[in-house]
Design a protein around this ligand. Structure first.
Ligand code: NAD
Length: 459
């Protein structure tokens, strides 16, 4: 049994801690902006009644947070989960701001959700919740203001209902860009389904090619273990296999399977569709999820839940590279232990940004009433992700290859891209460890800070 209680794991507190750690390397940032970036621009909280199938009426609570819109309209998922609350939505909205900035997308960060358990709701009830929620949000979402997407327990059907409701409320306009992750027939993008997992593989490929992982320069011949065989995990496994890797273990909520000679992913998918789990696939060994995390492999892809690799189990990991397919699978204390052990973490903000990149492509296609072929989407995704990975590696090098002083290496402040040397930072920054997560946050916050100042702070 894992004990998570030893660490502070409130998502909002974790997000603020991550921000504070990075912002210490941005001492050219204008005073006051740091505080501004900690507060969401807009928080909508709604309560609304829904008629249930048994004719009773239930009240639901929903949220939509727009964290920042300096780079453009808000972008971020809508999740339906019992644990949806203002704090978790605020934390995830801020993460979207940094993710969009890192990928150089013309979007700010947003997130939303309704506290509910879809497993105990009928499709008709979920549809009524969705329509009523969109009605309550009114013009707080829109093609040029705030654009939702799928997240936990919402899918392309939910997005179709969101589009339809908004379209009925705003007749006579091209409303397709109000939401992404739609069915293909309704303006969804080719390549959206596999975008996040493929992005994990592209980002890791580039990281290895740039020599950032000792002993690994490509996927050729690497042994990969993937936790979570859902949308992200399956696409990551397939893409890494296409790049030359051998997928030796996969898992889902019911357990995992291992085969050192490689798992047949198509057979595993068919087995899961038939039996509800990958466990039991012929010619594989059954393992637990804890055993999967501790497997002797080269690349580990946690692509299920947050907070899976923590203070209490990070010492068991034997991979050389961890690719964060899920949001927040490695906790801050987990990060420190992994770094001490020389294990490289490709952070979520970079590893799983492929999904929002292709959501952006869907939005562009909708604006133009166009549909690109899948090769075009993949080519554009690859190029954009490689640029994002390069910008993080370059920043990491500036931060680590300075004059050896425990000082801020980021002399250009919020005004330019170039780095510098020499100025001291706070004790907190000195104590911070420089890793790719920190470098990625520094790149992202710099971009948002720079644009905020270029626009000029009103009045
Ligand atoms: P999904 O529901 O398609 O798949 C999740 C998988 O994880 C399922 O196979 C499930 O059985 C498995 N799982 C659940 N609990 C588990 C456990 N305790 N141990 C092992 N496996 C478990 O979800 P998804 O869309 O693939 O998302 C996975 C993660 O990636 C989430 O953290 C999500 O927030 C993040 N993410 C997804 C996207 C996207 O585009 N889908 C984008 C960015 C981040």
């Amino acid at each position: 049994m894992n004990d998570k209680r030893t660490e502070e794991l409130n998502p909002y507190a974790l997000g603020i801690a991550q921000f504070d750690r990075a912002v210490a390397y941005l001492d050219g940032i204008k005073a006051g902006l740091k505080d501004y970036f900690k507060s969401p621009k807009r928080t909508i909280s709604v309560s609304f009644p829904v008629v249930m199938d048994d004719d009773s009426v239930r009240t639901f609570h929903g949220y939509r947070v727009l964290h920042n819109s300096a780079l453009g309209p808000g972008k971020g998922g809508i999740r339906y989960h019992p644990e949806v609350c203002a704090d978790s939505v605020r934390a995830l909205a801020a993460l979207m701001t940094w993710k969009c900035a890192l990928a150089d997308l013309p979007f700010g960060g947003a997130k939303g959700g309704v506290a509910c358990d879809t497993k105990s709701l009928s499709d008709a009830e979920v549809r009524r919740i969705t329509r009523r929620f969109v009605g309550e949000l009114g013009d707080n979402i829109g093609p040029d203001t705030d654009i939702p997407a799928p997240d936990l327990y919402t899918n392309e059907q939910t997005m179709a209902w969101i589009f339809d409701t908004y379209d009925i409320m705003h007749p006579g306009a091209n409303n397709r860009p109000v939401v992404t992750g739609k069915p293909l027939e309704l303006g969804g993008s080719q390549g959206r389904n596999e975008a996040t997992g493929l992005g994990c593989a592209i980002a890791a490929r580039q990281l290895m090619a740039r020599g950032m992982v000792d002993g690994l320069d490509s996927f050729q011949g690497t042994r990969v273990a993937v936790q979570g065989f859902g949308n992200v995990g399956l696409a990551a496994a397939r893409s890494m296999e296409e790049m030359g890797a051998r997928v030796i273990a996969i898992s889902d909520s019911q357990g995992g399977i291992q085969a050192d000679e490689g798992i047949n992913l198509s057979a595993a998918l068919a087995w899961k569709q038939q039996h509800g789990t990958v466990v039991g696939l012929p010619d594989t060994l059954s393992i637990t999820n804890d055993e999967l995390l501790a497997l002797d492999c080269d690349v580990l892809v946690p692509a299920a839940l947050g907070q899976e690799i923590r203070a209490d189990n990070a010492h068991t990991v034997r991979a050389r590279l961890i690719v964060e397919g899920a949001n927040g699978p490695v906790t801050p204390e987990g990060d420190v232990i992994l770094q001490d052990r020389g294990i490289v973490v490709l952070p979520d903000i970079l590893a799983n940004v492929g999904g929002v990149i292709v959501s952006y492509y869907e939005w562009v296609q909708n604006k133009e009433n166009d549909q690109w072929d899948v090769e075009t989407v993949h080519r554009k995704l690859d190029a954009k992700l490689v640029r994002a990975v390069d910008s993080v590696i370059n920043r990491y090098k500036i931060l680590t290859e300075g004059d050896g002083e425990p000082a801020a290496k980021d002399r250009a402040g919020a005004g330019g891209e170039a780095g510098g040397k020499g100025q001291r930072v706070s004790a907190a920054a000195e104590a911070a460890r420089i890793d790719l997560r920190l470098a990625a946050m520094v790149v992202a916050i710099r971009r948002v800070a720079r644009v905020t100042l270029q626009r000029g702070i009103w009045i």
